[in-house]
Design a protein. Structure first.
Length: 147
């Protein structure tokens, strides 16, 4: 494996995920970025600010802000001040977002299982270990974590 293979691999995974998301995006008439923001908030309840979304999803802050504004206007998100830190704003998914989140969670589970189909339990465990090491190394390079 070389860098070209690794980058091609991640591009294929992202492309396959984009394809599998299309029915939900069409059904709810939302963009992929808005969907990703909602799913991020659902999957990471301890990370609830626009900055965290921007940092973790590698989406420019102004793009996150535009999508958050639209999601708030459309009734999918609420903004709430964080007690003790008036600079922080907690983003909260509303009841209106629940059908998207439920379908999105089911879609993500199906996608994951379709990606690992054919792997044995041992291969899956080895893959998880490799993935954790690669993620740690990427975080070190990206500057998110210190060694």
């Amino acid at each position: 494996m070389n860098i070209s293979t690794l980058l091609s691999f991640t591009t294929k995974i992202e492309g396959a995920y984009e394809v599998i998301c299309q029915p939900i995006l069409s059904e709810f008439e939302i963009s992929k970025t808005s969907f990703d923001i909602l799913m991020f908030l659902s999957n990471h309840p301890d990370r609830y600010t626009a900055k965290e979304i921007s940092d973790m999803k590698n989406i420019k802050a102004n793009v996150v802000s535009l999508h958050v504004d639209k999601l708030v206007r459309d009734g999918y998100l609420l903004r709430q001040s964080v007690e003790g830190d008036r600079r922080k704003v907690r983003l909260i998914c509303t009841d209106k977002a629940q059908p998207i989140l439920e379908k999105g969670s089911a879609l993500q589970r199906r996608f994951f299982f379709s990606m690992v189909e054919g792997l044995t339990e041992q291969e899956l465990e080895d893959f998880r270990h490799c993935f954790q090491v690669i993620e740690k190394n990427a975080d070190l390079i990206y500057g998110r974590k210190k060694p």
